[in-house]
Design a protein around this ligand. Structure first.
Ligand code: 5GP
Length: 193
């Protein structure tokens, strides 16, 4: 998506440790017009698929998922919560995810009330790196018996293997920008063509 690539090139900064900072429009300050266009792009890609619900993970997935939902008939958006401790009273699906940016494991939970067997779900997140966050959401869907229709990603870091792993597993992954290389020294960012 050209608009997103241009925005990343203009406002993104490359940090050591393969981290792309896009706080100016995605992870701290939110450009809702851009989010709206991103939602439209996913709706075009996933046109014809049955999407009953969008599942994302807090916090940065929420804004883009909510704007995307407007393009999928205002379906509900459910965000998996990153819990410090899991309430094991049986009314939640839970798994653990290794955080790329925080470099530690954390539990993610979703209430059984909001993710149901037979739900057709679109997964959305801001970044795809090694795919751990997505694998966590996939695991929650598996536990719930929900059907995954596709995966919408804002920025995929193509030099990490999450995208390849998910596509090899057969998931329809639509990444709006794929970064193939980035250099913290020069700040240069190379997009996949
Ligand atoms: P993964 O689980 O695929 O390894 O990493 C994806 C998750 O880590 C996303 O939910 C995102 O919050 C975070 N993340 C991974 N790489 C980056 C990055 O380069 N920049 C930012 N801002 N977040 C990232």
């Amino acid at each position: 998506m050209q608009e997103l690539e241009e925005r990343i090139a203009r406002d993104g900064t490359v940090k050591p440790g393969n981290v792309l900072k896009v706080d100016a429009f995605l992870n701290h300050q939110c450009d809702v017009a851009l989010f709206d266009h991103m939602g439209a792009a996913w709706a075009e890609h996933f046109a014809g698929k049955r999407v009953d619900k969008i599942l994302t993970i807090e916090a940065s997935g929420i804004g883009i998922a909510c704007m995307a939902a407007r393009h999928f008939g205002n379906v509900p958006v459910v965000f998996a919560k990153k819990a410090q401790s899991i309430n094991l009273d049986g009314d939640q699906y839970a798994t653990t995810v290794y955080s790329f940016t925080k470099q530690k494991e954390f539990p993610v939970i979703v209430s059984k009330k909001y993710l149901n067997a037979g739900d057709h779900v679109l997964l959305i997140d801001d970044f795809l790196a090694n795919g751990k966050a997505m694998q966590g959401l996939i695991e929650l869907c598996r536990k719930a018996g929900a059907v995954i229709e596709g995966i919408g990603i804002a920025v995929e870091k193509g030099f990490q293997d999450g995208g390849k792993l998910l596509r090899d597993e057969g998931y329809d992954v639509d990444s709006l920008a794929i970064v193939d290389a980035m250099d913290p020294e020069t700040g240069s960012i190379t997009f996949r063509r």
